[in-house]
Design a protein around this ligand. Structure first.
Ligand code: ADP
Length: 380
């Protein structure tokens, strides 16, 4: 295999913002990035070294694309894993490994994996259709999740009682007990082929109830060292048990009694790690590249307290994107804007993010609120 700095071709399935931010880092290591995406206007289309228009779920398309790369990775897990397995059989390095992608694509398999490996997670049961909800043994209110195809809260439904059965999905699902959590937290871990791991300090996530998406991240946490260490140990153990090569984002619930339960994992760079670009010694995008090309992990040390605000398309606006207030917030110290190159906005579409930094968490939080109030993505 070529050295990474000498023309190594890394193929990414998916050309969205995660790929775009990976390309920004790949440039520094001379890694050649090839992207496959079905949208000619994808965020990576104009900046990848090579861009192939095509489906990431089609067997032949993925196979042909992968055969032209040295290493293949993903920025979204809903890809054709059969083709990736074939590429693996042909001797290509595919990171994360296709078997892990298959497990993550199915929330039922994910939960079974946690149970098998005694990774703490909420109680659950797998059902085939909604009639089984009344006899599944999980008390109301419960959380029903489609096993396949859900993302960003789509495919997740809270069912308060049998009277709400019409709200339930009539498809293979995971039924979980409703966790009374006080915070949602995440730890991102990287692991390379040698088995070297590195975890970032935990981050706190605040979700928008309306959009079901992360609205704010705060870093570092003000939780106890005990909570931090336990969350980190759980995340590292999930990475080790999957044997992943690449990045693994582990989303967890922190309960009132300080119990930590794994909610879900993502085998890739993740929204909960965007702050690392400015606020960690190594960004999550560089960390992922390091892991998949066989380098040791970079330092995960905190450089500065930070918050991240997702720039979501304002509800009620669709069309050419217009960013209100951007010039003003860019005149404030400690404000870093990342736009994803999407010309069209629609309600709750992830259009970019803004990271704010300051010397302490209190100032960071106040600045994040100010930015949130000032910036809106609308259409004109
Ligand atoms: P997605 O993969 O679509 O992001 P998640 O499984 O992360 O779906 O669920 C979305 C959100 O729903 C979570 O961030 C959390 O706020 C809430 N949620 C999920 N599972 C539970 C649960 N068992 N108890 C309470 N809230 C939950």
């Amino acid at each position: 295999m070529k050295p990474f700095y000498n023309g190594l071709k890394l193929g990414i399935l998916g050309g969205g913002q995660l790929g775009r931010m990976a390309i920004q880092e790949a440039i520094s290591l001379n890694i050649h990035i090839a992207v496959l995406d079905p949208d000619s206007k994808a965020p990576c289309a104009e900046i990848a070294n090579s861009f192939t228009l095509g489906s990431i779920t089609d067997y032949d398309t993925v196979l042909t694309f992968g055969r032209n790369c040295d290493i293949i990775t993903i920025e979204i897990e809903h890809v054709n894993t059969q083709a990736l397995k074939q590429l693996e059989a042909e001797g290509k390095k595919v990171f994360p490994q296709p078997a892990i992608l298959e497990m993550v694509q199915d929330k039922g398999l994910q939960k079974q994996f946690y149970a098998q490996h005694t990774i703490p997670t909420s109680n659950f049961i797998l059902i085939e259709n909604k009639n089984e909800l009344s006899t599944c043994g999980i008390e109301f209110p419960l959380v029903q999740k489609l096993r396949k195809g859900g993302y960003d809260g789509k495919g997740v439904s809270v069912i308060k009682s049998l009277a709400e059965l019409d709200k339930a999905f009539d498809a293979p699902s995971v039924v979980e007990e409703m966790v009374k959590f006080r915070k949602e937290i995440a730890v991102i871990v990287s692991r390379n082929e040698k088995g070297e791991t590195a975890a970032y300090p935990l981050v706190e996530m605040e979700f928008s109830a309306e959009a079901n998406l992360v609205e704010f991240l705060y870093w570092p946490t003000d939780e106890s060292i005990d909570v931090q260490e336990r969350a980190k140990a759980i995340a590292i153990s999930v990475a080790e048990r999957t044997g992943i090569v690449g990045l693994l984002a582990v989303e967890m619930f922190l309960t009132d009694t300080d119990e930590i339960l794994v909610n879900e994992i993502a085998p890739r760079t993740h929204n909960s790690g965007h702050h690392t670009i400015e606020a960690a010694a190594t960004s999550q995008f560089m960390q992922h590249l390091r892991a998949v090309v066989g380098l040791s992990p970079g330092s995960t040390a905190i450089k500065t307290p930070a918050a991240m605000i997702n720039l979501l398309g304002e509800n009620g606006y669709s069309g050419n994107a217009h960013y209100e207030g951007l010039e003003e917030v860019l005149s404030w110290p400690g404000v870093y804007v990342h736009l994803y190159g999407k010309s069209q906005t629609k309600p709750f579409r992830k259009m970019g993010h803004i990271t704010v930094t300051a010397s302490n968490l209190e100032t960071v939080k106040a600045l994040a609120m100010k930015v949130k109030e000032r910036v809106r993505v609308i259409s004109n």
